[in-house]
Design a protein around this ligand. Structure first.
Ligand SMILES: *[C@@H]1O[C@H](CO)[C@@H](O)[C@H](O)[C@H]1NC(C)=O
Ligand SMILES: *[C@@H]1O[C@H](CO)[C@@H](O)[C@H](O)[C@H]1NC(C)=O
Ligand SMILES: *[C@@H]1O[C@H](CO)[C@@H](O)[C@H](O)[C@H]1NC(C)=O
Ligand SMILES: *[C@@H]1O[C@H](CO)[C@@H](O)[C@H](O)[C@H]1NC(C)=O
Ligand SMILES: *[C@@H]1O[C@H](CO)[C@@H](O)[C@H](O)[C@H]1NC(C)=O
Ligand SMILES: *[C@@H]1O[C@H](CO)[C@@H](O)[C@H](O)[C@H]1NC(C)=O
Ligand SMILES: *[C@@H]1O[C@H](CO)[C@@H](O)[C@H](O)[C@H]1NC(C)=O
Length: 492
């Protein structure tokens, strides 16, 4: 237990990923690492784009019924929606299987299908996305019972939560070396998962399909969308009816992510003018440049001087603080979810962990697990990261896929400034200028309509937007599905 705690602490300080309950993300470490690994991999060569290799499709008969969840332990009595969860084999040879949780909306047949992905890399879409952000249930402070989330995205869509890549949450591989992964493998596995999932749930095959996610899913979402579009053109297997993508506080461009971060620190009174000036005049945050020692000193100070505040929402109290929370969101929620998902009864009802995984369930434990067990062979287990997704985003826009970029404006991990700088780099023209959008009689944020791209801020939300501003999140999500800009006046 002690060891696990220590490791999980080390992992959070390891600082590569979105760690829900961590305070320890250190931008400098990630910058250094990205430069070391020279992560820019243009893996989709022209050849790969034109040549379709048929993917594995497994037999799915009877598995949908087997995946149906009768009831989750501690769940409110009567719910009017169906839930499913279980494994999907994506590689039968090595024995790699991804875990999903699927919640149908009421009137499921008239609603679109939405895939939700959390980031990391290495974090769980089930524990974070479903149980703390946008799913139908939240875990109560006893770690045992659930309550309904009135603002669940499943009110307006059928939502599929995927734990990806293998090694995350309940997803696993029987071949441990397989945990050496990256953007390319993640996209390929997610695609294989989807095509198989549509065989298991064939009624969704032609349904309008959307991909959503946050943080490092700023990589996963556009990359999967790109793969779907490419394969749709050449496959004789299922084509996927992709309509749009929405990514929140998303890592989409390395240079603007970091530039925007230090500017946000400064404009939100987290660092001094001198430090900001030191960073801007001594650091080139574009990925090709090495970090000079002077720059490193400034980056180190800019991190340390901020003190111990929650990384992903600068104004909320910490879990262990005695200050009352400013929002309805309980800052200790991750403890409750961890406790709930490690309950064997809960795992049984979810059809999860059927092979007896060696590790316990955690939000983002996959890289840590690797470092711990295979430190000799895996020094850098996430192998390829595309440094900018902007060309892909342009491609998607030109293909008629709706692209939404949204941002909780009190996040400092991938702050609103980073998203704005990234969009500026796209050099696209404004159709609907910046305006306040509304819900519940309040300005819920601001929106800009560009040609084929929509940018939406959510006021007073941190990195995990639907956790902190559930009502606002549901409104913009509904607008996104409807292909409309968020409301200019209150609809309530
Ligand atoms: C992994 O191995 C276990 C134990 O042999 C087996 O039951 C399971 O089906 C394998 N998983 C996959 C996806 O093949
Ligand atoms: C479900 O769909 C039917 C037919 O489209 C409609 O009449 C009904 O109001 C819908 N119910 C809900 C809860 O959306
Ligand atoms: C699909 O294409 C692959 C590769 O060209 C081929 O081997 C396979 O027979 C085709 N399947 C069908 C059903 O046409
Ligand atoms: C940062 O480095 C890149 C790559 O060498 C270069 O193109 C860019 O002009 C530099 N930016 C600044 C502000 O010096
Ligand atoms: C809360 O936890 C953080 C991180 O573990 C620690 O640094 C801080 O001292 C704790 N604060 C209190 C009031 O216990
Ligand atoms: C899986 O189950 C085993 C007991 O069979 C347990 O020790 C382990 O923590 C569980 N792993 C996960 C990821 O839930
Ligand atoms: C917008 O989308 C249309 C197709 O729907 C395309 O013709 C046009 O080039 C796109 N514009 C941009 C700026 O992506």
């Amino acid at each position: 237990m002690k060891v696990a705690l220590l490791l999980s602490l080390l992992f959070c300080l390891g600082a590569f990923t979105e760690c829900y309950d961590g305070m320890g993300f250190n931008p400098l470490e990630k910058l250094k690492r990205a430069r070391q690994s020279k992560a820019s991999v243009n893996y989709l060569t022209e050849d790969a784009r034109n040549e379709y290799l048929p993917i594995y499709i497994g037999p799915q008969d009877g598995l949908k019924e087997a995946d149906k969840i009768t009831i989750l332990p501690g769940q409110p009595n009567r719910v009017n929606f169906e839930q499913y969860s279980g494994y999907m084999t994506v590689d039968p040879e090595v024995g790699r299987a991804l875990f999903y949780y699927f919640v149908e909306s009421q009137n499921a047949s008239s609603k679109p299908l939405v895939l939700w992905l959390n980031g990391g890399p290495g974090c769980s879409s089930f524990g974070s996305g479903a149980l703390m952000e946008l799913g139908p249930f939240r875990v109560n402070s006893d770690g045992k019972t659930l309550s309904l989330n009135d603002y669940a995205w499943t009110n307006v869509a059928n939502v599929l939560f995927l734990e990806s890549p293998a090694g995350v949450g309940f997803s696993y591989s029987n071949k441990t070396l397989d945990y050496k992964t990256g953007d390319q493998q993640t996209a390929a596995d997610s695609y294989t998962f989807l095509v198989n999932w549509l065989e298991r749930f064939p009624e969704y095959k032609t349904r309008d399909f959307f991909i959503t996610g946050e943080s490092y899913a700023g990589h996963y979402v556009p990359q999967l969308a790109r793969l779907i579009l490419q394969n749709n053109k050449i496959t004789n297997q299922t084509t996927i009816n992709l309509q749009g993508i929405a990514i929140g506080n998303a890592e989409i461009d390395f240079e603007t992510e970091y530039r925007g971060m230090y500017d946000f620190f400064w404009t939100h009174a987290l660092i001094s003018d001198e430090l900001h000036e030191g960073v801007t005049s001594n650091c080139n945050l574009s990925s090709e440049e090495t970090i000079t020692e002077t720059c490193e000193t400034y980056l180190d100070q800019a991190y340390a001087v901020q003190g111990n505040i929650f990384y992903y929402d600068i104004y909320v109290p910490l879990c262990n603080s005695s200050v009352a929370s400013v929002s309805a969101f309980d800052p200790c929620s991750s403890d409750y979810v961890r406790s709930y998902l490690n309950n064997p009864e809960v795992q049984k009802s979810l059809h999860a962990n059927v092979t007896g995984l060696p590790n316990s369930w955690d939000f983002c434990r996959f890289l840590m697990h690797l470092k711990f067990q295979y430190s000799n062979i895996v020094s850098n287990n996430y192998m390829d990261e595309e440094l900018t997704l902007l060309p892909t985003i342009k491609e998607l826009m030109a293909s008629g896929v709706g692209v939404w970029i949204y941002s909780g404006d009190t996040d400092r991990r991938v702050p609103v400034t980073s998203s704005k700088y990234a969009i500026q780099k796209l050099r696209i023209s404004v159709k609907t200028p910046w305006y306040p959008w509304y819900t519940q009689g309040e300005v819920a944020g601001y929106a800009v309509g560009y040609q084929n791209l929509t940018f939406v801020t959510v006021r007073g939300a941190g990195h995990f937007v639907p956790s902190y501003q559930p009502a606002r999140a549901l409104v913009f999500f509904s607008s996104f599905l409807d292909g409309k800009l968020p409301p200019t006046s209150d609809q309530n």
